[in-house]
Design a protein around this ligand. Structure first.
Ligand code: SF4
Length: 111
């Protein structure tokens, strides 16, 4: 569904049927975090899901007030691969278990 920030996110749920106005983030809800519409504006979850559709990738969201964002509330995402059983540092790319990065993209230190 389309978030209040104007882009599609699989984790957003809105029920506007017959005058209802129920909105929630199911990713934050699963972590027991409170969602407010302003969080969608800077949330990286939808972009990660668009970049990496791996079914083994599990995202976990927390709301924090990072110093770099002048203490504004931001969604921070951590990722875990259920198949390889390890944390995924770059969720847009994945852990490399199922979809190894082609050798053409490897950086060589021969120089
Ligand atoms: S906070 Fe992030 S994950 Fe939740 S609905 Fe908004 S964009 Fe989606």
């Amino acid at each position: 569904m389309r978030t209040p920030a104007g882009f599609e996110c699989n984790y957003f749920y809105g029920d506007y049927y017959r005058g209802r106005s129920v909105e929630e983030c199911r990713l934050l809800k699963a972590s027991g975090q409170n969602w407010t519409p302003d969080l969608c504006k800077t949330c990286p979850a939808a972009e990660i899901a668009r970049a990496n559709a791996c079914e083994s990738l599990q995202l976990r969201a927390t709301v924090a007030r990072p110093l770099s964002a002048a203490f504004m509330r931001r969604v921070q995402i951590t990722a875990y691969c259920e198949k390889s059983g390890r944390d995924v540092k770059e969720p847009q790319i994945g852990c490399g278990e199922c979809h190894p990065i082609p050798p053409i993209f490897e950086v060589k230190n021969d120089l």
